[in-house]
Design a protein around this ligand. Structure first.
Ligand code: ANZ
Length: 838
């Protein structure tokens, strides 16, 4: 049959791969090992195009590496705990577990239908006790190693939903779901000591050369190492205000001291100053996210104190409580240098404070500083006593030295990174394995009592944590005294689940989280692929867990992901009605050059091409597309139209083009002819294209340049179609089929069988380029007349100038263009062009 029928082929090969356990990774194999991993999905309901693109890329790489002789580990599982399951429980009255497992079943099926070469024998779901029980053990290991602690800390509390909210869930001071005014509450929370590894997490970034630069920069900024001076101001009420500055060189430009609203000094003063208390309360209500601080109007409250400048006892600075100073960073207090810091300048202009230039770019040196734009650029120090003339750097050293020798300050390092608060007052997460004993405080659950499993019989009828109000679950006994005690009802942040899943994929013993020796065989992950939205938290937490587990002695891996690739998004245009409501692509049709709503006939505004999202309804469900075109056309489309790091606009024309290519390869496979005439090696031109393609595609796939590989395969297909039947053409066909193997595996298996290939193409060897046959010994040169292109001719490489000229003049098109005029000059660029001037 000359038409490839994916409906018949896809399932057949998928079943065969499964029966033959083709993609099961064998850790005892002596082949070199490669661990290819894509970020595992949250089981939200159905596979979306973003998943399809991500997993197609990983799959091509995994299949390619197999064919190149590697033992490949390419696993899949489910990041299965989290809020959406609880939301579904509250909205639809379904059990979070049932909802999640149902989604997993649907999505597993959808992934299988795309023919991904996953080792399904290693599938895991983080919501099952045989996963999270081991996570509890790791939590206790970390606790024994001193990496876990419990501390009272201020959290965002939603009084209606009765839950803690992350900073991102607080919008304009209100809970994102309930809309209730969020309160600050002090709650006991569990923390993991990620800050113990701050220096190492930062230093490790230098070795991650195969990570995108932007991701490394984001991690670096998140860790946020700042070096400077911590020093004391003495206030006239006897208090000492300790400030941290990265710019001690500007100390003579100081014009005020400011403390955070929650600074102990502010709290103390507020006790008998109602107006200050009111101001501080306002500061607390408005957001505390860095971005909000940046955009907020800078406001302060004069604390009525004076602070003495450490370098001049006669110099007094006013002290403010200010909304742009954060309690959680540095010392929670700063000195303001308006001329050289924008926030300070905004503040100084508002409260009419002095603005003194102390850094000069060489042009202006006077102390008077005009304008509303602070100068934070390079320069040397001016108007600053003993620092005058020094560079910024030297002045910083000089001030730090002086502070240390006089005893009022110390060079210091401050980190932006905070310890990781992992407590969540939620049901659908890993129970924190702690028992609160009346006599012994919080004690670990004994190992032989792990896993601490979630109760099944819970209700979501009222807000709050179902574990907390479950009638029996939390009641237990103290492992030490045997007296009645209460279980911890907080569960772990789901980022904990995804911080070690890649280890469990590599090794899954029953009695422990993983086996050190097995891990050593696979880790680090050779290629990790996922969305850039995980550039900071997930990747940082996974790097932290790896370090923590190594520190404990459970692992011997430094970095979990040797190479990282962040893929672009799948996008689609958006459609909007006059009233602003969104329409999905199947609710609209093209009406001439305009668009209309199918149901009402009303005109539709076509909007920007943006990431597919439910909120804008510009979503194309992959499943019906797979039904219609088969897995291979969908996979091919995902690889072909855009570079993998860029956005991929979904298009009907694109998927149809992919479908046509699948059919074209199938037709080409039928062109193979065992009885083809001629000697092998005779069709030099075809062999040149073939070996150039093999070499190029091999390199491209290795660098995830899938779209480039696709373009080269199109060229090879065209060359085969033009070639005469020959043994060389048969070889080219066979190689083409091998090379589309990782991309369109069902088609490739079918074509491989047709060609009489041995075994499965999934197990076949990748073709090897013969570079001697790949070199170009001909070049195409441009022939111009008076600078206008008139013809192109193919000549032997390195042809002498006079021969190039003769060939150019012999061209019929050129002669027609010259039309008898006198040739005045001929310019020849070897291997490139001939320009004839008449
Ligand atoms: C004086 C100064 C002069 C500063 C100048 C900057 C520029 P990074 O680099 O982010 O670490 N700062 C310190 N603690 C703060 C807090 N809790 N809340 C708000 N701002 C704080 O920033 C360090 C700088 O941010 C410090 O250096 C301090 O202002 C401010 F021309 O001190 B600087």
């Amino acid at each position: 049959d000359k038409r490839f029928n994916p409906l018949a082929a896809d399932g057949k090969w998928q079943q065969l791969w499964e029966e033959q356990k083709t993609f099961q990774a064998d850790s005892s194999s002596d082949k070199p090992k490669r661990y290819i991993l894509e970020m595992f999905p949250y089981p939200s309901g159905r596979i979306h195009m973003g998943h399809v693109r991500n997993y197609t890329m990983g799959d091509v790489l995994a299949r390619f590496e197999r064919m190149r002789g590697h033992e490949v580990l390419h696993p899949m599982g489910w990041d299965a705990f989290g809020m959406p399951a609880e939301n579904a429980a509250m909205e639809k009255g379904v059990h979070p577990g049932g909802w999640t497992r149902q989604n997993i079943a649907t999505m597993r099926d959808q992934l299988k239908r795309l023919g991904f070469a996953f080792d399904w024998s290693r599938e895991l779901a983080t919501c099952e006790p045989d996963y999270y029980g081991h996570e509890q053990a790791l939590f206790l290991d970390m606790m024994e190693a001193g990496l876990v602690y419990r501390k009272e800390s201020a959290v965002n509390w939603d009084p209606v939903d009765m839950t803690v909210l992350a900073n991102e869930q607080v919008i304009d001071g209100r809970g994102w779901r309930s809309g209730a005014l969020v309160e600050k509450r002090n709650l006991n929370q569990w923390f993991l000591k990620i800050t113990d590894f701050a220096e190492d997490l930062l230093a490790g970034l230098d070795d991650l050369k195969d990570w995108p630069e932007k991701v490394r920069t984001m991690q670096e900024n998140w860790i946020g190492k700042s070096q400077g001076l911590t020093f004391d101001f003495k206030a006239d009420n006897g208090e000492v205000i300790t400030v941290f500055s990265t710019r001690p060189d500007t100390i003579y430009g100081a014009s005020f001291v400011a403390v955070a609203a929650d600074h102990p000094l502010a709290l103390k003063l507020a006790e008998d100053n109602a107006a200050l208390a009111e101001f501080a309360e306002e500061c607390r209500r408005t957001g505390t996210a860095a971005a909000e601080i940046e955009t907020q109007e800078k406001r302060g409250f004069d604390a009525g104190l004076k602070a003495t400048h450490p370098l001049d006892p006669s110099w007094e600075l006013p002290v403010y409580v200010a909304n742009f100073v954060l309690m959680g960073y540095g010392t929670g207090a700063v000195f303001g240098v308006p001329a050289h810091d924008q926030r300070d300048l905004d503040f100084a202009r508002k409260y009419d404070l002095p603005v003194k230039r102390v850094v000069s770019d060489g042009e202006e040196t006077a102390p008077e500083f005009a304008g509303d734009e602070a100068y934070s650029g390079p320069g040397s120090i001016v108007n600053s006593d003993f620092l005058n003339g020094l560079s910024i750097e030297d002045a910083q050293k000089a001030v730090i030295n002086r502070a240390e020798s006089e005893g009022w300050g110390k060079g210091s390092t401050v980190w932006r990174l905070r310890d990781w608060g992992v407590s969540r007052q939620r049901y659908w997460g890993t129970p924190i394995p702690i028992i609160h004993s009346p006599d012994h405080g919080p004690v670990p659950v004994p190992r032989d009592q792990l896993p601490v499993t979630l109760p099944e019989d819970i209700d979501f009828d009222t807000p709050g944590n179902p574990l907390e109000r479950h009638p029996t679950w939390k009641h237990t006994t103290c492992p030490i005294s045997g007296k009645p005690a209460l279980r911890e009802t907080d569960t772990l942040d789901t980022f904990a689940d995804s911080s070690w899943y890649f280890l469990r994929f590599a090794s899954q013993p029953d009695d422990k989280p993983f086996d050190k020796e097995e891990i050593a065989k696979w880790l680090p992950v050779a290629q990790y692929i996922g969305g850039v939205e995980h550039a900071i938290l997930h990747l940082l937490y996974a790097r932290f867990w790896t370090r923590a587990l190594k520190h404990i002695g459970l692992l011997d891996v430094d970095e979990p992901f040797a190479s990282l690739f962040t893929q672009g998004m799948v996008t689609h245009e958006t459609y909007q009605m006059g009233d602003g409501s969104w329409l999905s692509p199947d609710e609209v049709r093209k009406d001439g050059s305009d668009w209309a709503h199918i149901e009402s006939g009303e005109p539709v505004e076509v909007g920007r091409v943006v990431k597919m999202s439910k909120s804008k309804k510009n979503v194309i469900d992959p499943e019906p597309i797979v039904d219609q075109y088969g897995a291979d056309a969908v996979r091919w489309f995902m690889l072909s139209d855009s570079p993998p790091e860029r956005d991929l606009p979904w298009s009907e024309a694109g998927i149809e083009g992919s479908w046509r290519f699948v059919q074209r390869v199938w037709r080409i496979a039928h062109m193979a002819d065992a009885g083809a005439p001629g000697e092998a090696g005779a069709d030099k031109a075809l062999l040149r294209v073939l070996h150039q393609t093999i070499s190029g595609v091999t390199e491209d796939i290795g660098q995830l340049g899938f779209n480039k590989a696709v373009a080269k395969l199109y060229t090879l297909a065209a060359a085969i179609e033009k070639a005469q039947p020959s043994p060389d053409r048969n070889e080219a066909i066979r190689s083409l089929v091998l090379m589309v193997g990782p991309m369109t595996p069902h088609l490739a298996e079918e074509a491989w069988a047709l060609l009489g290939g041995e075994g499965l193409i999934a197990n076949a060897a990748w073709p090897v380029a013969n570079m001697a046959l790949a070199v170009d010994d001909e070049v195409t040169i441009a022939v111009q007349v008076k600078g206008k292109l008139r013809d192109t001719i193919t000549v032997a490489k390195g042809l002498p100038k006079d021969e190039m000229e003769a060939l150019a003049l012999a061209s019929e098109k050129v002669q027609r263009s010259i039309d008898g005029a006198e040739v005045r000059k001929v310019i020849v660029v070897p291997d490139r062009l001939v320009n004839i001037v008449v």
